[in-house]
Design a protein around this ligand. Structure first.
Ligand code: KDO
Length: 335
């Protein structure tokens, strides 16, 4: 009988286990790539629902290859902290704002400036052309993340807790206008003539309800999905920022994907962006009516006064000093 000493048998089994381990390595390589997503978006918002579009698309085109985990309401990472989490490798994907990017890529602050991008079509052409290519390359180099697709968040409008006659920026003097918490956002609030007050998105509803803030600015689809109309009385259509956000992925993950996976993930992100953009644009055309029905007073200010004042605040600021020479003109020329 072929007796094996217990210790030897253990070693043999261990060896077999190791051999088995290395023999199964290729299938390890095929384990699903986790894609943890963090966003402050509320569930009823198009840019929350778009992630399910991306997930469903990937299930079809790359079955079993990705494990998409969608975390809404900033439940995984606080608003604005996603780029750092992606660079550290603690988060795979997020939709980040031009303001988040401008902190590390100052050239990008041109897209945080009011009244630069004209409308969603202009935005689409600017980002999906040579200007987008050049700036997204800088983002990858400086932030270690890859932008898979820009999306249209909407055109930001003023939304006030109490009725107020707002014709020009001077009429916003002393108004505590909530802005997201970074100096780039606060500058926009100041340029509008208000007193900017930093607050995370998830705290805005309560801030409006209790009166710790006098107003907030967001695109109309957000005013609807976050139900800000329940706690405000006025909407002033300033159109001050045609706002884009960017579906991004950590380079640590992006660089580990095969060429085929990259193509499929990018296509899935673009399908999500298309779904979001179409729905938001349709919504924006209809929501003034809906918000009036909810009891909001809708006003149109002196748009020339707002445009002149905001543009001059930016052009005279330190932000404009780092905009690449000729970039503003190139953006303006995109038709
Ligand atoms: C907001 O906090 O006002 C903002 O609109 C800023 C955007 O960049 C983005 O973070 C957005 O909130 C969230 O996705 C919630 O809609």
């Amino acid at each position: 009988m072929n007796q094996i000493a217990p210790s030897l048998r253990r070693r043999t089994l261990l060896g077999a286990g190791l051999a088995l381990g290395s023999a199964t390595l290729p299938s390890f390589a095929q384990t699903k790539q986790a894609l943890r997503i963090s966003t402050p978006a509320v569930p009823d918002d198009w840019h929350a629902k778009m992630w399910t579009v991306m997930k469903d698309e990937l299930e079809k085109t790359a079955p079993g290859q990705f494990d998409v985990q969608i975390n809404l309401n900033a439940s995984l990472f606080k608003q604005g902290t996603e780029p750092a989490a992606m660079a550290r490798g603690n988060l795979e994907m997020a939709s980040i704002s031009a303001f988040d990017i401008a902190k590390l890529v100052p050239e990008f602050s041109i897209f945080t400036a009011g009244y630069v991008v004209r409308d969603p079509d202009h935005m689409n052409k600017v980002f999906n052309g040579p200007i987008g290519d050049e700036l997204f390359k800088l983002v990858s180099e400086k932030m270690d993340i890859t932008i898979l697709s820009p999306i249209y968040l909407g055109t930001r409008q003023l939304n006030l807790r109490e009725l107020r006659n707002v014709r020009t920026p001077a009429d916003l003097k002393g108004v505590k206008l909530r802005m997201p918490s970074s100096k780039e956002w606060l500058f926009l609030g100041e340029a509008l003539g208000a007193t900017p007050t930093p607050l995370a998105f998830g705290e805005v509803y309560l801030g409006l309800k209790t009166g710790t803030i006098d107003g907030q600015d967001n695109p109309l689809p957000t005013v609807r999905s976050a139900k800000f109309y329940e706690v405000t009385k006025q909407l002033t259509l300033t159109n001050h920022l045609v706002d884009g956000i960017f579906i991004s992925i950590s380079n640590k993950v992006w660089n580990s994907l095969s060429a085929d996976q990259k193509t499929k993930l990018k296509a899935a992100a673009q399908a999500a962006a298309k779904y979001n953009n179409q729905n938001r644009i349709t919504d924006e055309a209809q929501l003034v009516g809906f918000l009036k029905e909810q009891g909001l007073t809708v006003t149109t200010p002196d748009l020339d006064a707002f445009r002149k004042s905001v543009q001059s605040a930016y052009l005279n600021s330190d932000y404009a000093k780092v905009w690449p020479k000729g970039l503003l003109e190139r953006i303006n020329q995109v038709k």
